[in-house]
Design a protein around this ligand. Structure first.
Ligand code: 6GU
Length: 262
């Protein structure tokens, strides 16, 4: 999969060199390129923002640097995108993701959808946002599918942290990025319920405060049927306590009943 990220803080994306994402890049599963928006601003101060028409607080990102940056990225199809398990060349154009609090909610379902794309480009806005004409230009003149995506109902200073989260959620779904593919299926949000609690050795542990805590005995019983039933009950209780909205959503989810989610 090919990923391009445009930002005025390219260093913000350096965690993508680390851990499983970094390894996937070195293994050629991910072709991730970070671009500095200021490289496409040509005035003396390489300015990327200006005051908003109509007044109001803060600054708005100018259309010209964004248009040049997006043309550079979208026009850079070198056919080199590594798509694991596929001989298909990358398509001519990326799908454009713009992180922002006014977007559609990011979710495991959207992560899955994006993981099916051969090429994603991310435009990281800062300040009060990007001039609206950039979205129109990207869609109408460059022919890009544009999706504004929000991580949740709170405000970040810019799209960079959101890109870190979205890229991690998407990349871990690609074949070969996570060694143990089984660990992908038994996870929160894959079937509408939160995860069950997990324990490891020792089976009885005394904290420094002198309190002894034992692993639930059922997990030591060796009875796989009882263990599965206990874990399912824990998932239901946890979901009811922390995310009751998910229990209501699962009633409208095809397959939820069959998987025992109801
Ligand atoms: Cl995706 N971007 C920004 N800037 N703020 C956010 C967000 C994204 N999601 C929630 N708040």
């Amino acid at each position: 999969m090919r990923l391009d990220v445009v930002s005025i803080f390219p260093e913000y994306l350096s965690p993508l060199d680390l851990s499983l994402i970094g390894k996937a890049r070195r293994d050629g599963l991910l072709d991730l390129r970070v671009h500095d928006l200021r490289d496409f601003a040509h005035d003396r101060h390489q300015s990327v923002d200006d005051t908003p028409y109509g007044g109001g607080a803060g600054m708005v990102m100018k259309p010209q640097p964004w248009a040049e940056a997006l043309a550079h990225v979208a026009g850079s199809d070198d056919g080199g995108a590594a798509v694991a398990g596929s001989d298909d060349p990358a398509p001519a154009r990326p799908r454009l993701i713009v992180p922002g609090p006014g977007g559609v909610p990011f979710s495991q379902a959207l992560a899955r959808e994006l993981a099916g794309e051969p090429w994603l480009a991310f435009a990281c806005g800062r300040y009060e946002g990007i001039d609206e004409r950039v979205y129109e230009h990207a869609a109408q003149d460059l022919g890009l599918e544009v999706t504004v995506v929000s991580l949740g109902d709170y405000v970040l200073n810019g799209g960079e942290v959101a890109v870190l989260a979205i890229v991690e959620a998407v990349a871990r779904l690609l074949p070969g990025v996570i060694g143990n593919a089984e660990s992908l299926v038994e996870e929160s949000h894959e079937d509408g319920l939160l995860e069950y609690p997990v324990y490891t050795k020792p089976s009885s542990w005394e904290s420094a405060s002198g309190v002894r805590r034992d692993v639930p005995p059922v997990l030591l019983s060796g009875d796989h049927g009882r263990i599965a039933a206990w874990r399912h009950q824990q998932r239901l209780e946890r979901t009811a306590a922390r995310r009751p909205d998910l229990l209501h959503a699962s009633q409208a989810m095809p397959g939820a009943a069959a998987t025992g989610a109801l």
